[in-house]
Design a protein around this ligand. Structure first.
Ligand code: FEO
Length: 397
C-alpha cells in the first residue's frame, strides 16, 4: 500500500494524512492532520526531507519504500526535530544505516535526546548558507530559528525553485486527498492556516519576519511545508497573510468580543454591544470563552483590531476561563490591539483593574472607552455606557 504524489519530475510527496486524529500536540482541536515528507531522487544522490509522526509509521515507511523504488536515501534532511516530523526517523535510520543525517547542531542534539542514539558518525552539520549538490539540484540551507523551534532550518532547491519551509505555511486539518493549494479554496482553508500559525508560531513574529525577508530574495515557484498543502498558485496570498500575522497587524478593523458569564448578565451586555456595533457598521465577532477552545480565541485575537473583554469577577479575581484566555493572550504575545473592558460583579466588581494589569504587559496595548461596570445585569445607565462604548470603538478604528 502506498499513497504518494509527484511534486516535480525529481521530487515526490511521501507524507501521510491522518484524517482520524482529533487533537494536535495533544490539545489543539483538529479535523485530521497532514505530515509532509518529500523525496528527491537526483542524478547523484537521493535525499529524504523529514519523516513523520509516529502514528503514521506504517504508511510513511511504505510510501518511502515505494518512492525509492530500489534506491536508498543518501541523505536525510531534518529541518525540524519536533516528533511530529522526526518520530519515524529512528526507524528510517535503522533501515538505511548508510544514510547521512543532515541538520543544524541543535537539531542533532534533539534527535539524540528523542531517540537515545548518538548520530555523530553519520551527521552532516547544516549552517546558514551551507550548500549540498545532489546532481542537477543544489540545496541551500537557511536558518529559521523559532519557526517554530530554535533548531529549525529551511532548504531552497535552486533547480526546481522550491522552498522547503518546515512548519511555516502549514495548517491544521486533513488535506482531504488534495496536495496543491490550487485544489482548495484559499478562503475556506484560511482559518485552518490562521489558527495553526497564531497558536503554534504566533509568539515569534520577529523571527518569522526575518525568514520572510530572506525568502523574499529567492525566486520561489513552490513552497513545500511540513503540514498542509504545497503552495504554487497562491504564494503571494499566503505571504501577505504571514506578513500581517508576523507583524501583529490586524486583518480586520472591527471588534472581537470575548465574554464569560455565569448567570447571563455579562452575556447580555456583550450581545447588546455586538448589536450596537453592527448597527454602527462595525464588524463584530462574539465568543463565550468558557465554551470556545483557546486556539480559536487566539486566532480571532490576531484577526481583529479591537478586543472587548467582558467578564464577571469571581473570588475577587477575573473569572477563571477569562483569566485563562488572558494568560493565553500574554503567552502568545498578541501585540498592538485596542482593548475595551466590561466588568461584572454582584457585590464587588473588580475584574477591570486586574485585566488591565495583565494586558499592560503586552506591547502596544491601548484602551478604548471607559470600563463599563455592571452589577448583576445591565442597568439603563449601563446600556447608555455601552452605546457610548460602541461609538468609541467605531471612532478608534
Ligand atoms: Fe509540525 Fe513544530 O512541528
Amino acid at each position: 500500500m502506498h499513497i504518494v504524489r509527484k511534486v516535480t519530475d525529481d521530487i515526490t510527496w511521501i507524507g501521510s494524512d491522518d484524517s482520524k486524529v482529533r487533537t494536535f500536540e495533544d490539545h489543539y482541536p483538529v479535523d485530521g492532520m497532514t505530515y509532509n515528507s518529500y523525496l528527491l531522487k537526483d542524478t547523484e544522490k537521493t535525499v529524504l526531507f523529514d519523516t513523520c509522526d509516529k502514528s503514521q509509521n506504517k504508511i510513511f515507511l511504505d510510501n518511502l519504500k515505494y518512492a525509492l523504488d530500489g534506491r536508498k536515501p543518501d541523505i536525510i534532511v531534518v529541518h525540524h526535530a519536533e516528533p511530529d516530523h522526526s518520530a519515524t526517523l529512528e526507524f528510517v535510520m535503522s533501515l538505511y544505516p548508510d544514510a547521512k543525517i543532515a541538520s543544524s547542531a541543535q537539531a542533532k542534539k534533539m534527535i539524540e535526546q528523542f531517540t537515545g542514539v548518538d548520530i555523530s558518525d553519520r551527521h552532516i552539520l547544516l549552517k546558514e548558507g551551507t550548500e549540498i549538490s545532489t546532481g542537477k539540484h543544489t540545496l541551500k540551507f537557511i536558518s529559521a530559528p523559532m519557526v517554530h523551534w530554535p533548531e529549525v532550518m529551511m532548504t531552497y532547491d535552486s533547480c526546481d525553485k522550491i522552498l522547503f519551509s518546515a512548519d511555516a505555511f502549514g495548517k491544521f486539518g486533513s488535506r482531504n486527498g488534495k496536495l496543491f493549494d490550487g485544489e482548495v479554496s484559499f478562503d475556506s482553508e484560511l482559518e485552518n492556516h490562521r489558527r495553526y500559525y497564531t497558536n503554534i508560531v504566533g509568539k515569534y513574529g520577529t523571527q518569522v519576519m526575518s525568514v520572510l525577508k530572506k525568502a523574499g530574495l529567492l525566486d520561489i515557484k513552490l513552497i513545500c511545508p511540513l503540514h498542509g498543502y504545497i503552495w504554487r498558485d497562491k504564494i503571494s496570498d499566503i505571504i501577505e497573510k504571514y506578513s500581517k500575522w508576523a507583524s501583529y497587524e490586524p486583518e480586520i478593523k472591527g471588534a472581537f468580543i470575548a465574554y464569560s458569564s455565569v448567570y447571563g448578565g455579562t452575556q447580555e451586555a456583550a450581545e447588546y454591544l455586538a448589536n450596537k456595533l453592527s448597527e454602527n457598521g462595525v464588524d463584530a465577532l462574539i465568543k463565550d470563552v468558557s465554551h470556545t477552545d483557546k486556539s480559536y480565541l487566539i486566532s480571532s485575537s490576531f484577526k481583529y483590531s479591537n478586543i472587548v473583554i467582558a467578564t464577571t469577577t469571581y473570588n475577587c479575581e477575573i473569572f477563571e476561563t477569562m483569566n485563562e484566555f488572558l494568560s493565553c493572550l500574554v503567552s502568545h504575545a498578541v501585540k498592538n490591539r485596542k482593548y475595551s473592558i466590561i466588568e461584572n460583579g454582584s457585590w464587588a466588581p473588580a475584574a477591570g483593574k486586574l485585566i488591565k494589569e495583565k494586558l499592560d504587559g503586552l506591547g502596544g496595548s491601548e484602551y478604548v472607552g471607559n470600563t463599563v461596570t455592571i452589577k448583576s445585569f445591565p442597568s439603563d445607565e449601563n446600556l447608555a455606557e455601552l452605546d457610548k462604548l460602541a461609538s468609541d470603538i467605531k471612532s478608534s478604528l
